[in-house]
Design a protein around this ligand. Structure first.
Ligand code: 8YV
Length: 325
């Protein structure tokens, strides 16, 4: 009998077809996010699941699904999974690192450029029919070239963002749990390590790419926003919850910072309605890794992890991206 798996969200049909060679696959073709109770019920007879950041794999769910052996996240972040509880229950947890670094870094730049140069704000104004006459001082923005870029979270994506800043003649400051090796700092446009306060006070543009955890909750709140330059831009590519959204809304409304570019939100997709009223924020629906080749690579990576977890071979004992060996 083939092991049973759940694809919690629709993926590329070829990936499902290749998994069907090895597994009995139930896939969520409606692509509707399951409630906690539905997900628990679906997983109660499954050996493995391919999940996304939207599926919460809690200790309670793991307890109710004793057959489960592998949770393969189709994301690099895995704060949706209680990894400690999974480890205790003997459930393997995997993610999809590396394959999305460059695409996510590209999007970080798209958000930064759009935010600093007021691209979406001016487009909405134009579409609303307001452009009657060209003005010399319309939509004056902040310069990106020559500015100081502050990156909080200098993992693989942070470093890919820093590398791109070379072409914009930027100085790079970074803050991270640990300092990078000198050769990695050199490759990251000679990024210089700084304390969080120093970085926030010195940077013209701040990009957040750190993983979400209890410790990183509200890394940026009212106190941190108060340290930033009045003309500064904040970009969040990481996770909702890293920024205190209410504090950010207040800072944007009072122009304590110039603008923000946000791909992630607390309580997404139900983002705080006040964001929609602000003109100095660029809002995107958690799409930083959403290029066609990268989404395909993430699906392939999660499938390879699931295969290795449930059908180990003599040569391949553990999934390549096992987080809890
Ligand atoms: C995904 C992400 O869009 O990889 C991550 O951690 O946030 C994104 O790449 C999303 O989480 C899909 O599961």
């Amino acid at each position: 009998m083939k092991p049973k798996i759940l694809m919690a969200r629709a993926v590329f049909p070829e990936v499902i077809a290749s998994l069907q060679q090895h597994f009995e696959v139930e896939s969520n073709q409606d692509d509707r996010i399951f409630s906690a109770a539905e997900l628990t019920q679906k997983l109660s007879d499954k050996d493995g699941v391919i999940a996304t950041a939207s599926e919460r794999i809690s200790a309670e769910l793991l307890q109710a699904c004793p057959r489960l052996k592998a949770v393969c996240n189709q994301a690099v972040g895995y704060n949706n999974i209680d990894v400690a509880a999974a480890t205790k229950a003997g459930v393997m947890v995997t993610n999809t690192p590396d394959v999305l670094n460059e695409t996510t870094a590209d999007f970080g730049w798209a958000l930064l450029m759009a935010t600093a140069r007021r691209v979406t704000e001016s487009e909405h104004w134009l579409r609303a029919g307001h452009w009657k006459q060209w003005r010399y001082d319309s939509f004056l923005g902040a310069d990106v070239h020559g500015a100081t870029l502050g990156i909080i979270g200098m993992g693989r994506i942070g470093q890919a963002i820093a590398r791109r800043s070379l072409g914009f003649d930027m100085q790079v400051l970074y803050h991270n749990r640990s300092r990078l090796a000198p050769e990695l700092e050199a490759r990251a446009n000679n990024a210089r390590y700084a304390g969080k306060e120093e970085l926030l006070a010195a940077a013209d543009h701040v990009i957040l790419v750190l993983p979400y955890s209890k410790e990183s909750h509200h890394t940026i709140g009212a106190a941190e926003l108060a340290l930033m330059k009045p003309g500064a831009t904040l970009v969040n590519l990481a996770r909702g919850g890293i920024v205190d959204d209410l504090a950010l809304i207040a800072a944007l409304r009072d122009k304590r910072i110039a603008a923000a570019g946000l791909d992630v939100f607390e309580n997404e997709p139900a983002l705080h309605p006040d964001f929609l009223e602000l003109s100095n924020v660029v809002l995107t629906p958690h799409i930083a890794s959403a290029s066609e080749p990268t989404r395909r690579a993430m699906a392939d990576c999660a499938a390879a992890n699931l295969l290795a977890a449930l059908l180990p071979t003599a040569e391949r004992k553990w999934p390549p991206n096992l987080l809890n060996p």
